[in-house]
Ligand binder design. Structure first.
Ligand code: SAM
Length: 362
């Protein structure tokens, strides 16, 4: 098994580095002679010679122990005798926070389960029970079950498309499932930028912590500015923090608007009207209902791009494109290209769709 050979006094630093990147295997550090240690690596760790290792060498040695392969094997012996089907078969991790649905029959053992998970998963700091999402901000009801270091804050950082994003699953909605959609947004905006032949202003009024933005901000000459926000104040706090991180080395965006306000009221602010070239609408239960109130944010010269996500009844899927076209028509625009496509991997009773339209303002 691959181990990174490090001087003993640098072990902690390399452990932290590998852990934070998800490259630390759980088998434990191996002594290598009197002054070196072997840090066990996961298969995801880059190869020897990669610049991240700063010239350190790797060696192939037996792992220190045969580690349990599943957290259930870390449970106290009496609990291991309970049927396997009792225990949750899935959990979700955001950054160093693990969230697991705890059924009533598991409740008496929830703490022992959480401690077994902490022992098995070295990158996890906090294990929480997840009672599902609630309210208009669609925030999960989390309850801390066990913490590695005593801290119970659910604020954490995830990585997506090579960028760090502050999230807080206890106070703000975030889902990694739309990460491919965010990449598609970049591609659609690159094509649209080529059409207009100038940098774009993007509006994202349901931005959450802002996961749509880092790819756009990092793309040279793509964005002129942004107009982003959320109604949830906790989301806006993280959104502002994230934007500060993502724009630390790139300045000069105009406008740079971050709002904590109901998106339906944005168009009542005269200074926001006609500012945006691209509108992102991510409030899946209401996106199409909200769209008419958002269109005044678009600059009605030449063309605009609208891209959003919606949950629609399967039977209504064929008529959704027509609905999109008529919303645009009522705003005196014309859909040049409209698409409505199902995004796979969501609930099957209703469809989760992405919709997109290039609007001509004749
Ligand atoms: C489905 S989430 C999308 C968040 C983010 N775009 C993402 O992909 O992670 C919808 C967001 O809209 C916010 N929201 C709900 N109603 C709103 C409203 N009327 N105006 C502005 N934001 C709203 C919620 O707080 C939530 O963060």
């Amino acid at each position: 098994m691959r181990h990174l050979s490090v001087p003993s006094h640098e072990t902690e630093r390399w452990l932290a580095f590998c852990r934070s990147n998800g490259w630390l295997a759980s088998t434990g550090v191996v002594p290598l002679g009197s002054d070196h240690r072997g840090v066990p690596l996961t298969p995801a760790a880059p190869a020897e010679g990669d610049e991240v290792w700063g010239g350190m060498h790797m060696i192939d040695v037996e792992p220190r122990s045969k580690a349990p392969v599943h957290w259930r094997e870390r449970l106290p012996v009496d609990l291991q005798r309970l049927p396997e089907s009792l225990w949750p078969s899935a959990y979700e991790i955001q950054g160093d926070v693990l969230m697991v649905k705890v059924e009533p029959e598991v409740e008496p053992y929830a703490k022992a389960m959480a401690e077994a998970m902490l022992e098995q998963l070295p990158n996890v700091r906090l294990v929480c029970s997840d009672a599902g999402v609630e309210g208009e901000f669609r925030v999960r009801q989390l309850r801390p079950l066990a913490s590695r270091d005593g801290s119970v804050s659910t604020r954490t950082q995830i990585r997506e498309h090579g960028v760090s994003i502050w999230v807080d699953p206890g106070t703000v909605y975030f889902s990694g499932r739309l990460s491919t959609q965010r990449y598609e947004t970049l591609k659609a905006m690159q094509r649209f930028r080529a059409l207009l032949n100038r940098p774009l202003v993007v509006a994202d009024p349901y931005a959450g912590v802002g996961p749509s933005l880092p790819l756009l901000l990092a793309e040279p000459d793509l964005l002129q500015g942004y107009l982003v926000g959320d109604l949830n104040p906790d989301a806006v706090e993280l959104l502002a923090l994230n934007i500060a991180d993502w724009t630390a080395h790139t300045t000069g965006f105009e406008p740079e608007v971050v709002l904590c306000e109901d998106a339906l009221k944005w168009s009542q602010r005269a200074e926001l009207l006609g500012l945006a070239d691209v509108l992102l609408v991510n409030l899946p239960h209401d996106s199409l209902d909200h769209l008419p109130s958002l269109l005044p944010l678009l600059r009605k010269q030449n063309r605009s791009l609208v891209r959003g996500w919606a949950i629609v009844e399967r039977a209504r899927l064929p008529s959704t494109e027509k609905r999109l076209q008529s919303i645009v028509q009522e705003a005196n625009g014309r859909c040049e290209e409209a698409l409505v496509e199902e995004v796979k991997g969501f609930s099957s009773t209703r469809c989760f769709v992405v919709f997109q339209a290039t609007i001509a303002w004749d």
